[in-house]
Design a protein around this ligand. Structure first.
Ligand SMILES: Nc1ncnc2c1ncn2[C@@H]1O[C@H](COP(=O)(O)OP(=O)(O)O)[C@@H](O)[C@H]1O
Ligand SMILES: [Mg+2]
Length: 299
């Protein structure tokens, strides 16, 4: 298990990490989400030892992340890190060797990942000759080629086309199912919600939401989305423990506290005009994030 505990890091006046905790267990696919500037890249750099925290600890299986552990990490840095002129196959074999694999194992692994990611035909191309999407695939192959037990990927989905997003998602799920501890950062909460079982959501260097996605959603306020034919004047009479969280295109979204009866709110809406549509849903992760931020501002 990877454990980041109470990490603190400042850059001058900027507090990038403010007692941040993050864990990733073997076999887990954890989404590490938050808006730009939240501290995701800094935390991941601390995890792989590229950045040193001002305070706090980073351990893998209870031990500090030393050179031996680092060899077993697959890291995709935000700034990416391939040699543009080197040929794809050559580069992957080189990286695998750098992580301690034998020549035979390195070649076998590089061949496997090029095939798996649909890059076999480009094995002898220089990286700079590839499309951006294919360069991203090589980046992923580079993070995987030495059979890491821990995968740390910084924004692996950014800039991917929809097909590449599917390939990336499949590979991450597959690696986690194979027992690898996988964590990736993203600023897209919707993507993470659909892909991951567990999440850590950060803002301004702090964890604002963490846990099992399904449990978080179940514990959050339900959303009732209602549209009536006519002005939604009914919202003025909403019962307590409800809140209008969105409105647009004639549709009103109301967050319902645990004890609120959705039927009561629907009846209220009907009094303003005929119903066009009604939907009762669990909250999206992005909505829970917004709720958590608001709660923090209020407290
Ligand atoms: N090397 C650095 N020098 C100065 N400020 C930095 C540096 N790295 C990160 N920061 C600042 O720390 C904060 C967190 O950045 P970062 O970890 O990159 O967030 P994220 O990856 O979530 O977008 C931001 O305010 C960023 O500007
Ligand atoms: Mg970042």
């Amino acid at each position: 298990m990877l454990v980041l505990e109470q990490l603190q890091r400042r850059f001058g006046e900027v507090v990038a990490l403010d007692r941040l905790d993050l864990t990733v267990a073997a076999g887990e696919l954890r989404g590490f989400v938050g808006p730009n500037g939240a501290g995701k890249t800094t935390a991941m750099r601390c995890a792989v030892g590229v950045t040193t925290p001002d305070a706090g600890t980073v351990t893998w299986e209870g031990r500090p992340v030393d050179l031996e552990v680092r060899r077993r990490i697959g890291y995709m840095p935000e700034e990416r890190g391939l040699y543009p002129r080197m040929r794809v196959m050559e580069q992957l074999v080189y990286l695998a060797r750098l992580h301690g694999l034998s020549a035979a194992a390195a070649t076998a692994n590089a061949t496997h990942w090029l095939e798996r990611l649909g890059l076999s035909a480009r094995r002898d191309s220089a990286v700079e000759e590839l499309s951006l999407g294919n360069q991203q695939r090589v980046q992923l192959a580079a993070a995987l080629v030495h059979d890491p037990v821990l995968l740390i990927l910084d924004e692996p989905f950014s800039g991917l086309d929809p097909i590449a997003v599917d390939v990336m998602s499949e590979v991450l799920l597959e690696r986690a199912a194979a027992g690898v501890a996988v964590v990736f950062s993203s600023h897209q909460l919707d993507l993470v919600e659909d892909l991951c079982r567990s999440v850590t959501v950060v803002d301004a260097g702090r964890v604002v939401l963490r846990g099992d996605v399904r449990e978080l959603k179940r514990a959050g306020d339900r959303r009732l989305r209602v549209a009536v034919d006519g002005e939604p004047t009914w919202v003025a009479a909403l019962p307590t423990d409800t809140e209008v969280v969105d409105r647009g295109n004639g549709e009103v979204t109301v967050a319902l506290g645990a004890r609120v009866d959705p039927g009561e709110v629907i009846a209220l809406a009907r009094a303003s005009g005929p119903l066009l549509h009604v939907r009762l849903e669990e909250p999206r992760l992005s909505e829970l994030f917004r709720d958590a931020l608001q709660d923090r501002l209020r407290s």
